[in-house]
Design a protein around this ligand. Sequence first.
Ligand SMILES: [Zn+2]
Length: 326
Amino acid sequence: MINIKGISAQELHFLTPVLDAHCDTLTALEREGRRLGRMSPRGHLDLPRLTQGGVNIQFFAAFISPKYRDNSLARAMEIFDIFYREMTENFSLAEPAYNSSDINRILSLKKVAALLTVEGGEALAGRLEVLRMFHRLGVRGLTLTWNGRNELADGVSEAGTGGGLSSFGVAVVREMNRLGMLIDVSHISEKGFWDVLRETAKPVIASHSNCRSLCDHPRNLKDDQIKELAACEGVMGLCFYPVFLGNDGVSLETLLDHAAHIAYLAGVDCIGLGSDFDGAESCIPELPDVTRLPLVTEGLLKKGFSVGEVKKILGGNFLRVMEQVL
Ligand SMILES: [Zn+2]
């Protein structure tokens, strides 16, 4: 481990609040018969491994798979039930967090602060009432679309049609602003992205997206999108899924290249982490699961980011947006 101004990367990592803005662990637990409180050789993330990896704040997405298109609301409820079952079972290790003061309290107890989010606005079944009830059920973030089209907007796979936010999508953005929920533009079509940034009164996040100019995948953001996200004080989470990082020979260095590109383009204040653990089908070789996360801190320091900048990337930036929005 390298040593900068008397602090090692390892020390810095474990002294800093580390936030991961996206994982698909809730559905992976169900699929793989795992429990969040037990260390497993399967998958990428559980509470013992989060602790080993020094992650203190974890977003848990309720991913609404397209196969549940006709009963998306019931599917969301099933996944919320998994989240709260795990929170109850593992009260000594983690607690649900609903705002910044919850996060501070939970971190002071040396537990993991867990945020419930929804990935796929089809879960709303086209109703603002459902959005308001989701907020009451503890949901604090919504990825407006997955790859396809829903009642709110078009996802990235519909880009060819040029579709953006629907009038219902506009109403959802405004209601999320009012309720205090994180609007997530990862997966949304390019037109949808610009529509959201025009409509929102508060910063938005791209929980797990990388740079299109370094890896030409429709899930990644173009340079002008990254600049605008930053101008609106939003944050994008660096995604560890190799398919969104590059073609061949993706390594930790490739991830750091994306961080450096965003910093050059739009500044450090819009960079965060959004691993996609337990959702990604493959991993960066150096990051087979969350336990190796201190390597990211070491890599960022080696890449030339200052201690203060690394703290922002590890969690400070997302925490700033949450302070503003939730
Ligand atoms: Zn996703």
